[in-house]
Design a protein around this ligand. Sequence first.
Ligand code: GLA
Length: 694
Amino acid sequence: MPIHSSPTGWVLETRNTAYAIGINEVGLLTHRYWGARLPFVDDYPEPFKSTNFASTDGFHHFVPEEYPGYAGTKYIDPCLKVTFADKVRDVVLVYEDFKVTASSSPTLDLRLKDSFYPLHVTLHYRIHEEYDLIERWVTLENLGDEPILVERVFSAKLTLPPGADYSLTHMYGSWSNEFQMQREPLTPGLKVIESRRLISSHRATPWFTIDRNASEENGEVWFGTLAWSGNHKITAEVTEFASTRISIGLNDWDFAWKLMPKQPFVTPAAISGYTQNGFGAASRIFHDYVRDEIIPHGKVLHKILYNSWEATLFSVDEASQSKLAEIAAQMGVELFVMDDGWFHGRNWDNAGLGDWWPDEIKFPNGLTRLTQNVNALGMDFGLWVEPEMVNPDSDLYRAHPDWVIHFPTRARTESRNQLILNMARTDVQEYILGVLDELLADHNIAFIKWDMNRGVSEPGWADAPGDQRELWVRYVQGVYHVWGTLRERHPNVIWQSCASGGGRADFGILQFADQIWTSDNTEATSRLRIQEGYSQFLPANTMEAWVTDWGKETVPLEFRFHVSMCGSLGVGGNLLEWDQADRESAANCISLYKDIRQVIQFGDQFRLISSQKNNFSAMQYLSKDKVEGVLFVFRTHIPERFNIPTIYLRGLEPDALYTVEGFDQPRSGKAWMEAGLTVELKNLQSKVLRISHT
Ligand code: GLA
């Protein structure tokens, strides 16, 4: 059992790491250790002592409390802040008892309660031993008779070993420029990464790493993410006593929750880990965990899809889509997806959202004939929807103007001419569930792209049963409820999460969606950088990547294919304009991808040379048994006569012989890893080289 309890507290062990907590001499639940697993349970440090420390500010800046409530002289960033019914705003948590539940992922529950008020707080720790991960979440319970107003409730506080010489890496971005990495030293004070947009957002990914001089392959990395698709917050605090701590959880900005008697509140889970093998290992741990434990169809190889969006925009009809489908099928595509524009009144982005039945003019025969045409070509059929949205110009909005998120006294700010349906409302949930269920029941639909194309404004909910500010959480719970119910009713459908590209890419949504639409930016050279950021925490099989016409004047079709082959390959160009040579080249790339996709989608991924930092980059995938691999090499732009970097392969069996396509001589795994290889390319050339165990 990887959970040890003793008079000094608890030690949670995974295969290679450990996390220890204890109760100190004044009864405070404190952090003890987070790092490499030590030989003996007694090796772990004692809890930090409060009485060792004298300061006018109290001991909280020095002693790392495991889950601090805001109280007393605690000027640090706390995890919990509440107002009790008598207006007291001070939570004094005392340890009550613990429970260990044995299973393949055992859990430790630590129960705390307020020293005076009937508030119970349970800290949950689930150990994912094989993945070196610990999942943490918190349950609040009100055992009294009066409501308690919760103003902040994080999922976890994570304390780094004493010291202040850490760097934080996080990802920022914008529409069409997601997953840009930023690494910076942590200095005294508070750094905040957050979303206030109702979705996890393009701006700030709910993910972080902390390191001390780590590289891609070496060094200590502490990392984590929040499994939540709404407003999140990660803070990194360095106190004046060189104590470095991370908080992670629901964003408390504009948040409040009226905690009613006997109605527990459960936070989303924070999942964190530690490795001594650099950023690459941290990513691979998350990749395995997402594939094996989170996504619904983690073992299913993704089909190569065609999506008509960039070809036809809103001008879809049976004839145009059938023609595209014919060409796609000839090239080897396996799934044809019709994007926006197919439903009632949808000729541009200013009308139709909400009215989810086939447009009578574009599809006089409904969708059945098109799905049959696609199926007759040997492909599955998929469809785009944006269920959370409504255009004011729609039958739905005319019937239910009160269903949108709004403040009654304010104008309703439109974005992309649309408003957001309040998914926290049960009537809205039932409507969406009803129409999508019917659509899936009536048609042979194998794939749905679920889009969400705007951030929130005027976040009002006038007739909310509790506090209006519960919207931030109840909305996301509503989306999960509808999506989860649809999944149960239609278990074979593959879902894709899209929010104007990668605006909702997180472990929360991946419980429902198998894939993410990575970015609306399909220009291959920018896409390389976006994809590298994405790979920091999500695996290649979840990363949908289309080859389009964007940049075709300068970037060769083969290069565009190679970039998209680094994830789950799709095609999105206007095939009507592709000549015979393009179609043949596409068919060849598709056929190659079919041969190597098992390794790409389920293997280990190694970022050999970063595309965010270099104009010559390399990415390697290797099967779990280390027998088969693929190397992608891209040269975007480096001046002629400059040296081409040496590429060092990774992960191979050192003593086994491997061949790399294009090199005559087999060499040991160690030689490919230590002596490396070079691949000559001109600007905007790329190569895919297969690696095999001889
Ligand atoms: C968003 C998506 C695109 C496309 C359009 C359709 O922008 O990210 O891929 O589906 O909506 O309106």
